[in-house]
Design a protein. Sequence first.
Length: 687
Amino acid sequence: MHLPPLLRTLPLLLCTLPLPSLLGQTPAPTTALASPDSPLQQYLAARVTEAETRTRRDLENPSTWPTRAPSLRKELLGMLGLDPMPPRGDLKPVVTGRLEHEDFTIEKLHFQSLPGLYVTGNLYLPKRRNGKLPAILYVCGHSVMKEGNVSLGNKTGYQHHPAWFARNGFACLAIDTIQLGEIPGLHHGTRNLDLWWWNSRGYTPAGVETWNGIRALDYLSSREEIDPERLGVTGRSGGGAYSWYIAAADERVKAAVPVAGITDLRNHVVDNVIDGHCDCMFLLNTKGWDFAKLAALVAPRPLLIANTDKDPIFPVDGVERIHRDVASIYRGLGAKDKLGLLITEGPHKDNQELQAPAFRWFKRFLDNAPDYPAPVAEKLFPPAKLRVFDELPKDERTSTTHEWFVPPAPSSASDNSSAPSAAALAAELRKTVFPRLAEATAVWRMVSQSQSGARKTVLLAASTEPADRPGTTSALLLAGTKSDIEALMVRLLPAPAPVAAAPAPQTPLSANPAPATPDGKPALSPSPSPLSVQIRVRFGDRTDAAQLLAQTGAPESSVVEAVLMARGSAMTGPEGFEQPAWSGTEKDAARVRRRFMLLGETLDSVHVRDQVCVVNALARATSLRIEVTARGSAVTNALLTALLTANPLTLRPESPQLPPTDKNSPDHFNLLRQTTLQTLQTAAQQR
């Protein structure tokens, strides 16, 4: 992927091209991601440590947990796309058939969690009853169950679990997921389908699965055979993850056993576990949670954390760290007997040794049978017999859930009378989309400089991260007349700004390097005359900055040409200076993007943060109103830069068209929930 040629007539061109998508399945780690010493990996590890510290601080005082949990639960719902909660309308349940076993009856049923969002399931009801029944919601993991091209639903692959519950005194509703149900939808958005716009819409399939689980609890509570005060939830793998979300979000769950469904950020980001998971496993982590906080929202209700010791996608060390962190909450609430950790031998596999204690957990806490034996769970029916639909409903919207489940921001009136002011929109975006922008400021250092005739070229490293965070920088190449460049540099670099007269050695950029070592001769005057030159900046991505700068051909006077390279972009600057790319393939680029997502900030948002800080610094140095224009996929980020910079930037009247659809725009968490691209453009032009 290459940037378009620089148009010399554009005063400021900010080209922030989105990285390509991950097109295949889980790739092998590359050096950029695997090496603990790489700048990227150091940076990601530092961000993980910060999330761990914040989470553990939040769990330090168990006595205040009951009063803090409601606000954290609201945060959770927001990160699942469920705040505000969708309307809880008529479920319209339909039983399409029944199957008989000597111990239980199976009702094949469906309900609509929202109009057209069909949830297919099997309800197992024991034939021997003594009053109202405790009930288990079983949420299924990734099990492909098909006959020919017909999906039978993953509930048929997990039938032995609800059958066991029904043979032992529980009602159990096993529901399909949207990815592998009878009406297949999508879980793999950013992993391998290039649907990065899910982030901007605030959509994650984990939110839909949580919502369907909440509505399934509504259905169970409506059945006269079931005691709504004795509801539990369990599932394994993907179903284990949904068990966490449902139990944390809905306090009607009185006991939970998530099986192989959670590990911590360190495993996911530093140990590369995220590469084995699709989007359905994750909330949009805009608050920067580590997953112990999610687990703690189940407290003080009975919670058994179950896992195997050789599971590559839920490593046991991360599971144990989560248990350790959550245990402090349970102890502080006087409920340590209600938290359990079950580790059995084996890989990521459904096995009896792992499930039997889960069965006993529910008998203990929902049916008052602490010593109940756990016989083997068996699959008793051909999968096709458990299928709910003979023919799929024509009004279904399950297969397109990702298109509509989280609604976009409404369009403003044609006269813009309902559009927010530029200041109001900027304030809202700083709060909901760019919360880390407030703490960011550009810190510069000189890397190298060279001169050819009247033209001087300078390479700067620009960091927008806190001083104690290692790892990454953007790079800024400047070219112009010697006097213009030196006047600009004194305003950008800390005063005094001594630099070596000779070019700096070839050294990778780091986030917060020390100023260059002086050789006794300050290269720049500490008291230059006021600068009044025009600055033209191009924001580059995965491109050779020196080549781009050569294309511009800096004028002899009154203009400083600049190329701002996105952090992580491969580049070669003057005197052979090199900065390695974070990743060399499209698959690896997507892997980097997904790690940033899990840490609470999309890579596009990181680039905008860098861009705003650098443009702010340039504006302060020049005392000029900078003009901005962009085209193609760069338009959205250029508009955001114009809206969010401290000093107003001018958008040229002939600014190019917006992307053809929202789905072609760079991704920023929740941006399209807050505004439309048209409203963003209007607000940016108002500034």
